[in-house]
Write a protein that binds this ligand. Structure first.
Ligand code: SF4
Length: 71
């Protein structure tokens, strides 16, 4: 699983359509700004998130499948 897929499947991963004026060190995926809401990472990194960090991240937590969609 590559870094982008880990971000896509991680419980802490978030995306927003609010893009910064200078996308310099940010990660844009499918036109959205990717970031991490983990309580140890978010306060430090905030939106200046590099999705490559997901690759070796110890805090990765797989998102649970949404069972409500089966109802
Ligand atoms: S940095 Fe870690 S906790 Fe944050 S989204 Fe990526 S894998 Fe998940």
């Amino acid at each position: 699983m590559d870094a982008e897929e880990r971000h896509r499947t991680c419980w802490y991963a978030r995306r927003t359509a609010d893009l910064p004026e200078d996308p310099g060190s940010h990660t844009i995926i499918d036109g959205q700004l990717a970031y991490c809401a983990h309580p140890m990472i978010w306060p430090v990194v905030r939106y200046e998130f590099d999705v490559c960090n997901c690759e070796d991240c110890d805090a990765y937590r797989p998102r649970r499948l949404d069972k409500s969609s089966n109802n």
